[in-house]
Design a protein around this ligand. Sequence first.
Ligand code: NAD
Length: 338
Amino acid sequence: MKAVAINGYGTIGKRVADAVAAQDDMKVVGVSKTKPDFEAEMAIAKGYDLYMAIPEREKLFEDAGVQVSGTVDEMFDKADIVVDCTPEGMGAKNKENIYEKRDLKAIFEGGEKHDAIGLSFNSFCNYEDVIGAEYARVVSCNTTGLSRTLKPIADLCGIKKVRAVMVRRGADPAQVKKGPINAIIPNPPTVPSHHGPDLQTVMYDVDITTIAILVPTTLMHQHNLMVELESTPDLDDIIETLEKTSRVILVSADKGLGSTAEVMEYAKDLGRSRNDLFEIAVWKESLNIVEDELYYMQAIHQEADVVPENVDAIRAMLEIETDAQKSIEKTNKSMDIL
Ligand code: NAD
């Protein structure tokens, strides 16, 4: 049973911890927190050993009555691999200052720059390239969304060029200090946005240009894709391919799922922990081929979609499983993913 430490127990870290705990070939040896807040208390209530990210704050934890098992260094001593879910940019510093010095394998999240980590990961695109790696970065929620639907389309009929308009949620639901509240922000205001190059870190040859805006919503990202195809299949072939693709679901406005709000309501009805939608939701009605170009729209639950990929990355890097499909199936089964 491989030992996994989670450094940074926030939006992504707490979900990755639960996903790891659901596997039978790996276990959570600890999670770290900087302060004794409700998430620290919840981590202990769930049975995770809690470690202090900032050892100087021991008294703060003591005064709050939050029982810690030690410092992050002690957590790292017990780990075969660490999943670094600290805020954007901190992972790269931790790589240099902690993990490399300890010779400890580490997985990073999409907030880190590809160049700082050297290798990016998506279960469906490049699992094989990450087998046994010391460090890898699970691409961002948006890039995971692009990978999940573009890879099976590329495999089916080849892709000449992708253009995508990314409508990004302004903040996560719990981020009370972020916005916008009443604006649409070109973000970045330059074209192309970083999302296309990020996809090329896992779908190496894809020709893609993206532009992105931030909007006042917290629920999901929404993508609008225009894909020039190498060969033009029937639309039914594309629909069938996406229906068969794991971690992708087709939803229909006709059935009341005409918005991100309703898709998240569907996720609530699935009855999963935290209402997570790990799958990318593609609107069936939006799929259309005009001449040799495929159009579609999709929604991404930004807090959840990258979580199964983190589990697969652990299996690849620790060489627990060298077959991508087997890892994907195992992760899906343990997390009830469609
Ligand atoms: P978050 O702010 O919700 O969680 C980060 C956690 O790390 C917090 O609990 C914070 O207290 C803790 N932390 C801060 N400093 C620390 C330290 N020195 N040591 C240990 N822990 C520390 O952030 P998040 O949304 O979970 O993002 C984590 C990473 O995942 C980022 O790279 C982000 O870009 C990426 N990501 C986020 C989303 C999303 O939508 N939230 C989606 C995909 C990827």
